[in-house]
Design a protein around this ligand. Sequence first.
Ligand code: FMN
Length: 202
Amino acid sequence: MRQQLLEIFHRRHACHLFQADQALSRADLDYILEAGRLSPSSFGLEQWKFLVLTSAQDKQAMQEACFNQPQVGSASALVVILAKIAELHPDAPYLQALLAREYPGAAYAPALANYRGFYGAVDVPAWSVTQCHIAAANMMTAASAIGIDSCPIGGFVAEAVRQQLDIDPSRHEVALVLAFGVCADAPPTKQRLPLSDLVEHR
Ligand SMILES: Cc1cc2nc3c(=O)[nH]c(=O)nc-3n(C[C@H](O)[C@H](O)[C@H](O)COP(=O)(O)O)c2cc1C
């Protein structure tokens, strides 16, 4: 398991062109989405919504909204991760239901008071997007584990994506587009700095 997981991380790479004729099975797609669903989130608020696009028309329109990156149009499926905004307001029923789940009974009232303070102090859309990125990483790792390639796409024009998908900007921020499929190119050699450059043991 120890070694297998590292191999899964090594196998995942940002694919820049997919084999457009390959379909992603519903079972594989659900497996990937389940990894997103099980991800950790701040206050347990599951700040994400996953929009799945598989039609050629939707993928082509999204490619245009993503600076014409060919991995978007050639992917078997796109998962557009939307970050919740309006539902995170302290008075929103969604927020209160999930906070009560995380902090049941007597813990709820102080947790809500604490959350109100937090909500007023942070950039809520940016904070929400960071949670979505954790789900994205887990989905790409899960895809790699079942032999599916991926590419995270942060290069998009948010307004164009919102228009294409009819997203209300007061409700959702576009966090990331994930492209999944079978890569047409051979994976490049992994390039990473050594741990000695990244880690300081104190
Ligand atoms: C948040 C985020 C946004 C990214 N956006 C793009 C993108 O728009 N297009 C692209 O080709 N790669 C994109 N990437 C992929 C990175 O370029 C890639 O992960 C990095 O170069 C390391 O290569 P590897 O993933 O193949 O190991 C993005 C990665 C992240 C984490």
